[in-house]
Design a protein around this ligand. Structure first.
Ligand code: HEC
Ligand code: HEC
Length: 336
């Protein structure tokens, strides 16, 4: 399945290549969207041919939430990337247009603009290209994008919006760019931890969460070796020793190297309270389970990172570590 998806993405790359070469497409003048980056966050790359503008973002959000993008008109991007769950979902393997489950856990796409290697095998480098995947996937939308284009052309409101934003009829070119522009605006970091760490508010964290933060960075736990500030990921791919035998090979699917079996992207821990279940396959339901897993040092696998080692924690320390993880929830949008 993953290999099939990879082939489809290559086709998508070819198609998108064609559209961006045709010079009659141009972005109409629209007001620039002013992104306010949280303290500690650097500017991310924005493709030159897809500036973020106000109307484009509105169109992108409308498309993101539109069920007409799926074959049976029953699911949208938002069905698997729900705002209240930091744009992830709550089931181990997300349900597609036929109500059947896919193969992986939907990741949070908050702050996804900072990711240079998308998907769990890291095979895609930009959001415009990523958008082809759910359409072609029989366990997700399962609908050709040109059918979507036809559907949207029947809707006078979309005709008006695409004319305003892209000066064209609804098109694959515009669909992918508008959704990508919307996704780039999901840059958010307004959690108790941010108020404590970046804005120096000593009262923003409980004493327990402060002790948890100290443990998290300690040489004993060494979580910050991979989950680094500000996104709590260093964007590398690592095998944490979840299994002795992996059903899903992760990075190897893209590289075909045995040394990459079981390597998955280090996930952001921002909003981890609401992005359950955890791990690439959603196999752990609670943060307690994840903490328990790390104390055991995981399963031995030839590719397991040497940074994952067993350690002992008292029950109180486990609670502290969890309190710290819970302080990473952005209460401005997840829990307004
Ligand atoms: C049926 C559920 C489902 C739907 C519908 C869906 N996604 Fe996803 N999405 C997932 C899953 C599962 C993954 C992880 C797949 C993988 O890595 O192979 C994912 C991955 C992604 C990623 C990559 C994130 C990362 O960290 O690498 C982005 C971006 C994304 N989706 C955006 C979208 C957009 C935009 C749409 C609508 C056009 C959409 N998704 C529709 C389930 C879904
Ligand atoms: C070697 C790098 C590395 C280290 C060190 C590390 N992690 Fe992770 N962490 C990962 C990777 C990779 C995953 C995803 C694994 C997967 O999906 O199979 C992950 C997953 C997680 C998750 C689940 C997040 C989600 O959304 O699914 C949590 C929570 C977590 N780690 C917390 C910690 C804590 C706490 C520590 C310290 C005890 C720690 N990690 C140490 C790499 C690391």
């Amino acid at each position: 399945m993953s290999i099939a998806r990879f082939g489809i993405i290559l086709l998508a790359l070819y198609l998108i290549g064609c559209s961006s070469e045709s010079s009659h497409h141009r972005d109409i003048q629209d007001e620039a969207y002013v992104l306010s980056l949280p303290t500690g966050f650097s500017q991310f790359d924005i493709p030159e041919d897809n500036p973020i503008t106000k109307k484009k973002v509105e169109l992108g959000e409308k498309l993101f939430k539109d069920v007409r993008l799926s074959r049976n008109e029953n699911i949208s991007c938002h069905s698997c990337h729900l705002e209240t769950h930091a744009y992830s979902d709550t089931i181990a393997r997300s349900l597609g247009t036929y109500g059947t489950s896919g193969v992986r856990n939907a990741p949070s796409i908050v702050n996804v603009a900072y990711k240079k290697k998308l998907f769990m095998e890291g095979g895609i480098s930009d959001l415009e290209r990523q958008i082809f995947a759910p359409f072609d996937h029989e366990l997700e939308f399962d609908l050709m994008l040109d059918v979507v284009e036809q559907r949207l052309k029947q809707d006078p409101e979309y005709v008006r919006l695409f004319a305003e934003v892209f000066d064209t009829l609804p098109s694959i070119y515009g669909i992918t760019r508008a959704i990508a522009a919307f996704e780039r605006t999901l840059v958010m970091a307004d959690s108790p931890f941010d108020r404590y760490f970046y804005h120096k508010d000593q009262n923003a964290l409980s004493e327990s969460a402060k002790r948890g933060w100290a443990l998290f960075q300690s040489s004993k736990l060494n979580c910050t070796a991979c989950h680094t500030l500000p996104l709590f990921t260093n964007h590398s791919f690592e095998n944490v020793g979840l299994y002795e035998y992996y059903k899903d090979n992760g990075l190897r699917t893209a590289t075909m190297k045995e040394s990459d079996v079981g390597k998955f992207p280090v996930p952001t821990l921002r909003n981890v309270e609401v992005t359950y279940p955890y791990m690439h396959d959603g196999s752990m339901k609670t943060l307690d389970e994840v903490i328990e897993f790390y104390t055991t040092g995981g399963k031995s696998h030839p590719n397991q990172s040497p940074l994952i080692q067993p350690f002992n924690l008292t029950d109180g320390e486990k609670e502290d570590l969890k309190a710290f993880l819970l302080s990473l929830t952005d209460d401005s949008f997840v829990k307004p």
